[in-house]
Design a protein around this ligand. Sequence first.
Ligand SMILES: Nc1ncnc2c1ncn2[C@@H]1O[C@H](COP(=O)(O)OP(=O)(O)O)[C@@H](O)[C@H]1O
Ligand SMILES: O=C(O)C1=C[C@@H](OP(=O)(O)O)[C@@H](O)[C@H](O)C1
Length: 319
Amino acid sequence: MPRGRASAPAAGTILNALATGVGSAFAIDADTTATVELDVSTGGDTAERAATGSDAGVGDGVTGAITGEVAGVPDADTRLVERCVELVAAAADVSLDAAHVRTESEIPMAAGLKSSSAAANATVLATFDALGVRVTDDPTDEGATADAISRVDACLLGVQAARDAGVTVTGAFDDASASMLGGLTVTDNEQDTVLHRDTPVWEVAVWTPPEQAFSADADVERCRAVAPMADLAADLALGGQYGRAMTVNGLAFCAALEFPTDPLVTAMSDVTGVSLSGTGPSVVAVGDETGVETVADRWAARAGETWLTTTKTDGGRQG
Ligand SMILES: Nc1ncnc2c1ncn2[C@@H]1O[C@H](COP(=O)(O)OP(=O)(O)O)[C@@H](O)[C@H]1O
Ligand SMILES: O=C(O)C1=C[C@@H](OP(=O)(O)O)[C@@H](O)[C@H](O)C1
């Protein structure tokens, strides 16, 4: 039974795409790992098997059950990662009799730190790994019928799966591309295009309050209301002023989504940038070691977890 494994990192927000469709994120050093086992069909007619399969999936050429499991979270919603396996099988033109995907994650779920993008990217890469398809940095490696697929195409399969599973508003190509490519990306989530890439190196402080905020439940109208501030943050980010973009974004989205601004106000003079990450509730600050440690000490008095990490310039990896 072919087996594959892959990992992909979490990310923090520079610009939330819920206001205008343009978003920006940067990879951080906390991973999700996916292990995928495939039962690949060896013969017979795919259409016939699909018609008779008692537990058929929605992907072409999938006749049996695709099951998912999240280590330590027995009641987790696994539709996203199951859909990733289906879409990769379809892209690689492979028929599956069954498949199982298991994720293990260092990223708190629904905390604004892109657990969904990391899980989707890791699962897509692990499924290709099981099929012997390498992910490459060559954008001319299109499709997945040969022995290679480009990182961006692999990432877009995860974005499609997130849309199909209903865990995203815009598709979140900003978060998915930062996790898959590493470094910082600015994207247009309506066109699924990368507008800008860079690899800033920062120390990072993260405060994760003890609650969850699912992106699919975010108040999109309130986010759209701060579009003028999102446009300003986009201009700053495209001009390389990532820290200022992040802080503008943080103030605007804390106001729109009714999160407290105090964690940002008390941090901004010590760091390069500080923001609500995604739709919250986590807050992320970037800067030098002294600055982020000062901020982390201050945040540690709050309920929840405060932790230190770094930016990551490489993204998802197979094996
Ligand atoms: N490790 C994981 N394995 C499988 N699915 C996951 C995992 N982490 C997150 N997800 C999926 O992503 C959803 C959370 O996505 P979202 O609300 O966007 O939060 P986040 O900001 O953490 O990405 C979960 O409900 C689940 O469907
Ligand atoms: O669902 C979406 O389209 C998005 C969700 C948000 O992230 P989180 O999933 O971290 O809340 C946001 O930052 C991103 O730009 C777009």
